[in-house]
Design a protein around this ligand. Structure first.
Ligand SMILES: [Zn+2]
Length: 406
């Protein structure tokens, strides 16, 4: 039986986790007080009632809280602390591999450039890594904490997003906005490749986030071409708020190695350009399956932003598993979605009567398709250790060791 205790004890990854959506509530309150940032409440209960709720009216309601979290993430000290605590929270529930993503340009301020933002986050995560390396659990064979950083470009922005974006729009007044979005993305790609190659910061991936409908991936091809040419891996938020064609664009125009969400992969009714939507969706999903494009599925977050999903059973995860897609479960936002990887796995188990084979595949896909920040040989050794530990923990909890792989 797949118990909650087993889910908690298993080694897990979280490869779709936004830093600015995953703060500790107490830390947000403390930093806001120190930095004179206005919050609608200064207690855990108050903020949970007003901002960080279990359910949301719609996407804008869901996104509301990011204004507060980003409001305190404006200096290196805050970024380092939040990153350190996130790593600790991951380890506390058995997440030993984390790929954390954020839009560095949102946090740029005078005296703090993109490299400074990335360095601060890296310092926090690395401190947690070093502490974990010396822990009893690691000495007993549990895979050690490893992490990579994913830089998110924004599909669109307004001057209100952050001073960096306001400056960008101010100095390019005659430019069509979609070209300004593309330039900002390219500027980020250049900055993060430089930070990786010159400073050794483990930036492992490039992402595209933000409003999907009306803001196509094609505006950002130059940035993703640059990432591709510099061996930076790509994951793209697609098929979250827009149909299968958005996933197609992410794969073809942006060279996506993984897809963030992909919830609408099978939504033939959302196909607009192809005369045979059913065939299009079939071919697209077969391509995704065969190329082992991993879908970073975030059930709770989807339930909170997609009113058409009334219960977890309505989520396409079941169909993704039936079609043998490479799927791994992620939190999206630990604070804003009020969840953990353990809870996401428990939701999937309850709604789709997940078998021990499905569970093992979902957990291991997160590690195997990670953008691991070391050599391929290092990655293989790490994944091997994860698999051995997974099978040991499974056996300790009375779940038979799976013979059949994926
Ligand atoms: Zn996301």
């Amino acid at each position: 039986m797949i118990t909650n205790e087993l889910l908690r004890a298993l080694p897990k990854s979280d490869i779709h986790c936004h830093l600015d959506g995953s703060l500790r509530l107490g830390t947000l309150i403390e930093l806001a007080k120190e930095r004179d940032v206005n919050l609608p409440s200064y207690t855990d209960e108050g903020l949970k009632e007003l901002v960080f709720k279990k359910t949301y009216r719609d996407l804008p309601d869901y996104l509301h809280g990011f204004g507060y979290t980003c409001g305190v993430m404006t200096d290196a000290e805050a970024l380092e602390r939040i990153s350190y605590e996130l790593a600790q929270d991951c380890l506390a529930e058995g997440v030993t591999y984390l790929e954390v993503r954020f839009a560095p340009q949102l946090h740029v301020r005078p005296g703090l450039d993109v490299a400074g933002v990335l360095s601060a986050v890296d310092r926090g995560l690395d401190r947690a890594r070093r502490e974990d390396e010396a822990s009893v659990q690691v000495s007993q064979g549990r895979p050690p904490f490893r992490y990579g950083i994913i830089a998110s470009a924004m599909r669109m922005f307004t001057p209100g997003f952050a001073p960096y974006y306001a400056d960008f729009m101010r100095v390019l007044p005659q430019w069509p906005t979609k070209e300004v979005y593309g330039l900002a993305s390219l500027s980020l790609a250049r900055a993060v490749v430089d930070a990786r190659d010159r400073l050794g910061i483990p930036v492992v991936g490039f992402d595209l986030a933000g409003a999907e409908a009306g803001f196509p991936a094609d505006d950002h091809t130059a940035a993703f071409d640059f990432a591709q040419e510099h061996f930076l891996k790509k994951t793209v938020h697609a098929g979250e708020a827009y149909g299968p064609e958005s996933i197609f664009q992410a794969l073809t125009s942006l060279h996506a190695d993984r897809i963030g969400h992909g919830t609408h992969l099978f939504a033939a009714n959302a196909v607009t350009a192809d005369p045979d939507p059913a065939r299009y969706v079939h071919q697209l999903s077969e391509y995704v399956a065969d190329r082992r494009i991993t879908l970073e599925v975030c059930i709770t977050s989807n339930m909170q932003t997609m009113p058409q999903l009334r219960k977890v059973e309505d989520h396409p995860l079941g169909k993704m598993l039936q079609n043998r897609l490479s799927v791994t479960l992620c939190t999206d936002n630990r604070l804003v979605s009020s969840t953990t990887v353990t809870e996401e796995l428990a939701k999937a188990r309850d709604a789709f009567s997940i078998s021990s084979v499905d569970l093992r595949n979902m957990v291991l896909h997160g590690f195997k398709r990670s953008f691991y920040p070391g050599t391929y040989r290092d990655k293989r050794a790490y994944v091997r250790q994860v698999i051995d530990w997974y099978d040991k923990v499974s056996a300790d909890h009375g779940l038979p060791i799976v013979e059949r792989g994926q």
